[in-house]
Design a protein around this ligand. Structure first.
Ligand code: HMG
Ligand code: MG
Length: 298
């Protein structure tokens, strides 16, 4: 049986924009976040408190948080790789933060310049500070269905990292198919393995659509009882440290699937499509949502 309710975690303003080469203006970033909350999204990852040398597009996240119109009931979250990032996020009034680890050593080095073990040790003070301030922390694991440098990644490796993040206090663990190589059978098997360590209601799926498998992977995950999925409006994005990684699954396409399954989300598809069309026009970029494309043609 499928879950009756699914929560969408909109990562477009963060995962979607972090890899855009051309700087996007502050007003357009703020407008994107506000359009997404207006469409009914209740969890929006709006920025990253990371090194601006590593990810220049996220350098103005504090200004984004200062500029958005905060809609009651909406969680505005940001990535915080270390205590410095957490302190900046707190200052900016972030509602929830996320730490991010990887299931592959090479990716961990390329993405956050340290080993998996070092990253986990670095997150402990972030979790402690967050707890002291009553801020919830989400944990990401990258490369759960393949690594751009190491290839296959064993589900057991993913489960180990996920378990550590959960044990240190992350309330939810998002499993990221960073390069989108995963397929439905593997996605299902992964949640089956990780679901032995962590309650399934605490797990989320984060599928990049590089190989066009993201929706199938979502459906496979739904069958495993997973009810939280990350997606980016217009399928924006790509990871700066994973060459060839395309955008996330488009939020519009995910919503269309869920609507068709009768799974409630509270999100307005037309307004979501409009938000995606608008940001794509600003970026001068093709819209990665098939649903948005179909509506345009209709
Ligand atoms: P490092 O070089 O090891 O850090 O980088 P450091 O502590 O040695 O500091 C070096 C410099 O960075 C110093 O500045 C620090 O002040 C500064 P300098 O003295 O040279 O002028 N610095 C910071 N500045 C602002 N905010 C901070 C911060 N920390 C240090 N928080 C570090 C380590 C983690 C900082 C770096 O590697 C980094 O910022 N990486 C960002 C990587 C990133 O954002 N990747 C994309 C997000 S992850 C993702 O997309 C995957 C996901 O979507 C799931 C999936 O798809 O799999 C989540
Ligand atoms: Mg991602």
């Amino acid at each position: 049986t499928l879950p009756p309710h699914v929560r969408l975690v909109e990562v477009g303003p963060r995962d979607g924009l972090q890899n855009e080469k051309r700087p996007l203006g502050l007003a357009d970033k703020v407008r994107l976040v506000d359009d997404l909350s207006a469409a009914g999204l209740e969890y929006i990852e709006a920025g990253s408190f990371v090194s601006p040398k590593w990810v220049p597009q996220m350098a103005d996240s504090a200004e984004v948080f200062a500029g958005i119109r905060r809609k009651p009931g909406v969680v505005y979250a940001a990535l915080t790789p270390n205590l410095k990032g957490f302190e900046a996020a707190l200052e900016a009034g972030v509602g929830e933060v996320a730490v991010f680890a990887a299931a592959s050593e090479s990716f961990s080095q390329k993405n956050i310049d340290c080993s998996i073990a070092e990253s986990l040790a670095r997150f402990v003070p972030v979790l402690d500070a967050a707890r002291a301030h009553g801020v919830r922390v989400r944990g990401y694991v990258s490369c759960v269905l393949g690594c751009p440098y190491e290839g296959e990644v064993a589900p057991r490796r993913v489960a180990e990292v996920a378990r550590e993040l959960f044990a240190m206090g992350c309330h939810e663990i998002s499993l990221g198919d960073t390069i989108g190589t995963g397929t439905a059978g593997k996605a299902r098997a992964l949640f089956e393995v990780v679901g032995r360590e962590i309650p399934r209601e605490r797990l989320a799926g984060h599928f990049h659509d590089t190989y066009g498998q993201a929706l199938a992977n979502v459906y496979a995950s739904l069958l495993e009882g997973i009810a939280v999925f990350d997606a980016a409006v217009a399928g924006l994005g790509g990871c700066p440290y994973a060459r060839g990684a395309s955008g996330n699954l488009a939020s519009e396409d995910l919503l269309y699937l869920l609507n068709g399954l009768g799974i409630h989300t509270g999100i307005d598809l037309d307004r979501l499509i409009a938000a995606g069309e608008r940001i794509c026009a600003v970026l001068g970029r093709d819209n990665g949502s098939r649903v948005a494309g179909a509506r345009r043609g209709a």
